[in-house]
Write a protein that binds this ligand. Sequence first.
Ligand code: IFM
Length: 446
Amino acid sequence: MPDRFDLPADFRWGAATAAYQIEGAADEDGRGPSVWDTFAARPGAVRDGHTGAVACDHYHRWPEDIALMQGLGLDGYRFSLAWPRIRPTGAGPVNPAGLAFYDRLVDALLGAGITPLPTLFHWDLPQALEDHGGWLNRDTAHRFADYTALVTDRLGDRVPTWITLNEPFVHTVFGYALGTHAPGRTLMFEALPAAHHQLLAHGLAASILHERGLEAMLSNNLTPVEPASQDPADLAAASAYDTLHNRLFTDPVLLGRYPDLSLLGVPDDIFGAVRPGDLDLIHTPGLDGLGLNFYNPTRVAAPTAPGLPFDLVDIPEAPHTAFGWPVVPDALTTLLLHLRDTYGKALPPLTITENGCSVDESTTPDQPRIDFMSAHLDALARATAEGIDVRGYYTWSLLDNFEWAEGYHQRFGLVHVDFATQHRTPKASYTWYRDLIAAHRLYRAR
Ligand code: IFM
């Protein structure tokens, strides 16, 4: 049975973070407010009133964090750029200090032999754009294109590959449909224009990247969906959920069309958001790589109450992470085989741009994270042995950080952060990952 040592010789080992989750320095050097600053200030929005105002103070401590990456022997580092640090109102003047921060970071990464893999948007929309409707406003897609152009003018000479958006599914559903993330809108299916406008933003940005000779990727949270039973009602519910979570975002980009949205009771033109030519703008630039953020599969049953066309149910036979997410490593192999079977030649090379788990370190040592990562990497190797082109693995996350509505309560890092002192302490999983990276290099070089 193939295992992680059978991953390809040129496989890229990485770690991932995101700006609002680690940078802090929310009011420094001209950064503008983001939707997450506003949301986190709302009483009850984030557990225990935590905010990203200081987070891991990475804005000041990045040299120490790059040294930690070097200690791991990483090939690549995935991080995100804070749009409100670079263009504080999303559309107005550029903030030179913001651009200069990322310029220094990129140079230092390259100096350390680590390839930067930036994400342009990881949920921290400038608040000024949200005040005009955020992703419900088509204009935001054009502002994103402007921002892509100005950032790549500055960094494109040193950074060859860019991820446009992180997890548009999660941002749409948690941020605009359910209101558990910023900007806290509760529009249910009427949130879906926000999905379309993000996809349009991706397409416009991908064209700009290609015009500059750069590569464009898109990262989404994908999940294999399993029906709770073979009952036709459960099968229909699973199909509806698969449409919402996976196909709504992947089909337009890879196939140039939306799936059948009538399963969700949503009109084909997504409440008038889809205009003639939009699907070409989304699809035609093509993708140089699809980023998969994988955490767990989803079991779905027929709805038990009016409202949504599905119920999400637990997978009780699986172990669970501290966050309560089921741990099913084989589901990663299933997902990768399913993507190949569904998209065939339209599927670009894949990269795991996030995978990891939170561990309750007050009661448990770090072993569950090591078990999680090793089992998922073995599952990945079983897919690459079947011929699926997976180029790299970026674990979530380098550091414990601000876990959105959970504040600092979920620890996903390979490095422990004491949020009172900002002291960083590598965990057992850090040493394990470092040794795995070194051993894989040696093994493949034989
Ligand atoms: O912390 C998040 C990240 O920002 C996006 N993907 C999932 C992670 C864990 O919830």
